[in-house]
Design a protein around this ligand. Structure first.
Ligand code: FES
Length: 533
């Protein structure tokens, strides 16, 4: 392997890797705009220039490969390349480059949504000048709507072309291109062909300056007022890693979080904007159906009703349950545990959820068609779940306990028949849905972005779901509600005080999950089962 000396550090790097990649991997910062690890290298912004010993001119670190020199030509007798990232020559050139990029850039940081996370701002602190030598009139062009909720502010654009390469290489949709040349060039879409693909929001995420913006987030808050919670998207079985940005218990935006084992660098727009559907009127108190509609009741009354109904409609042996792939592993595990005690898991089946075709993109990104995000997890938590729902159609009418699908339940003919058959329906849900509309009792639990626990994606990757919000009203955690129902019906106490307790129990008892602990999951998760091998 080539030996690289970069400033005062020695690094052994893979032959053929670029200087910028090697530096970033070693934690050495080299300013850059146009380079993005998921996109092709164009070397156009010239911010990453470095000095390479033996080369007459400064080189762009993003496009300078590191090779191995013959033994007799090594620098200082041992190095294959010696790079200086902060020499006088480099710093002077970067200052000039930044001055050039900022020639037409407006001084509008106070109203720019990128402020606080803008590469131009950051590098200006280090390489910028307090005064501009540009005395000509600045180029001023109106902002434009590109489509799919993305707007462009042309005046801030530095033509790094990350967005153009994204639509060419990742989505393969080619909506964006560079129009005109030289001083007049700008990012554009063709007439009548707006930016229109399910990953469009990523162009705003990867824009290193404030040119491309999500209209949904524009002018709503400042980034330094937001808390940033690392969590997992629930919307399909791909289980993308995300960062949930919230303030005052309200989500302002969801952005992608890098995870090579899950989503790479991007997320889809369904996941990005999914928080809106959970913001409107989530359930906040237990609800009981009455002759005239719904009545709010307290938790004790709700649990008393469950017990009375179980006794009146066939006893504990007639209790049925539906585990849900839209909930984390923990409530499903606890549900499986107490159903094993009540009926040896003969009366538990899987809630059907929406299924579509997978969407694959040329850049390798995939949106799973399985809308029950934790399908693989729930199948591991409750062994034998594959049993058809018709096994629940026999015996006394009884009580049904269903974990709702947050609106993603698929009311199949079988599910409708089951709902007609049972005498009393308890639905554990966070949002009103087609299923809660048929319930006799609704028990409110936290919405997906207020939940805690583990989710297993369709590749077997288990990730920790971190709550970004506090649950509203009298809502309780899902694992707790199921554990309390279990205690009520089995008469046995439960030992769980937090979601992590249940995760630990899963670790101890579930095949394939012996490597899964809160600590080991870290930021990017851990493979479960045979995948771990
Ligand atoms: Fe290397 Fe832009 S990052 S030239």
């Amino acid at each position: 392997m080539p030996l690289l000396k970069i400033d005062h550090q020695e690094l052994e790097v893979a032959a053929g890797s670029q200087v910028l990649e090697a530096a970033l991997a070693a934690g050495i910062e080299i300013p850059h705009y146009c380079y993005h690890p998921a996109l092709s290298v164009v070397g156009s912004c010239r911010m990453c220039i470095v000095e390479v010993e033996g080369m007459p001119k400064l080189q762009t670190a993003c496009s300078t490969p590191i090779g191995e020199l013959p033994a007799d030509r090594k620098v200082d007798g041992k190095y294959d390349m010696v790079v200086h990232t902060e020499s006088e020559k480099v710093v002077a050139a970067r200052k000039l480059m930044l001055e050039f990029l900022l020639l037409n850039h407006p001084l509008d940081c106070p109203v720019c949504d990128q402020a606080g996370e803008c590469f131009l701002q950051d590098y200006s602190f280090k390489y910028g000048s307090a005064h501009s030598r540009f005395i000509e009139e600045k180029r001023v062009r109106p902002a434009e709507d590109l489509g799919s909720g993305v707007a462009i502010n042309h005046d801030r654009c530095i033509m790094c072309t990350r967005c153009v390469r994204f639509t060419r290489e990742i989505t393969g949709t080619d909506e964006l291109f560079v129009m005109d040349r030289g001083y007049s060039n700008r990012i554009a879409v063709f007439d009548g062909l707006p930016l229109d693909n399910p990953l469009a929001g990523n162009v705003a995420d990867i824009c290193p300056v404030g040119a491309l913006l999500l209209k949904d987030y524009m002018h709503t808050t400042r980034v330094w007022h937001l808390s940033h919670t690392e969590s997992v998207c629930n919307e399909c079985a791909s289980g993308c890693s995300i960062t949930v940005d919230a303030r005052d218990n309200k989500i302002y935006r969801i952005i992608s979080r890098e995870n090579p084992q899950a989503n790479g660098y991007f997320i889809c727009d369904y996941g990005r904007y999914s928080f809106h559907k959970y913001a409107d009127s989530p359930l906040t108190r237990p609800l009981q159906r009455t002759k005239d509609g719904w009545e709010m009741i307290d938790w004790d009354t709700a649990y008393r009703q469950v017990l009375e109904q179980v006794q009146a409609t066939g006893g504990k042996g007639a209790v049925r349950a539906l585990a849900s792939p839209t909930f984390p592993n923990e409530p499903n595990f606890v549900l499986g545990q107490f159903m094993a005690r009540l009926s040896d898991r003969k009366n538990i089946a899987l809630l059907p959820t929406l299924k579509e075709d997978d969407q694959e993109f040329p850049g390798g990104f995939r949106i799973s068609g399985e809308k029950g995000g934790n399908l693989r997890g729930v199948q591991a938590m409750v062994p034998g779940l594959a049993a058809a729902m018709k096994s629940l159609m026999r015996g006394e009418p009884g009580v049904l306990i269903a974990l709702d699908g947050d609106g993603r339940a698929h009311l199949t003919g079988e599910l409708k028949r089951l709902l007609e058959l049972v005498a009393f329906k308890v639905v554990v849900a966070s949002m009103p849905s087609d299923l809660t509309a048929q319930a006799d009792l609704v028990l409110p639990v936290a919405t997906p972005y207020a939940r805690e626990g583990t989710m297993t994606n369709d590749k077997g990757l288990v990730q920790w779901l971190q709550p970004a919000l506090h649950p509203a009203g009298e809502v309780r955690p899902d694992w707790q509600v199921i554990a309390e129902l279990g205690q009520l019906l089995t008469g046995e106490g439960h030992l769980y005080t937090c979601a992590g307790d249940v995760t630990w129990k899963i670790n101890q008892t579930t095949p394939g999950y012996s490597q899964i602990t809160r600590f080991r999951l870290g930021r990017t998760g851990q493979l479960s089962g045979s995948e771990a091998a």
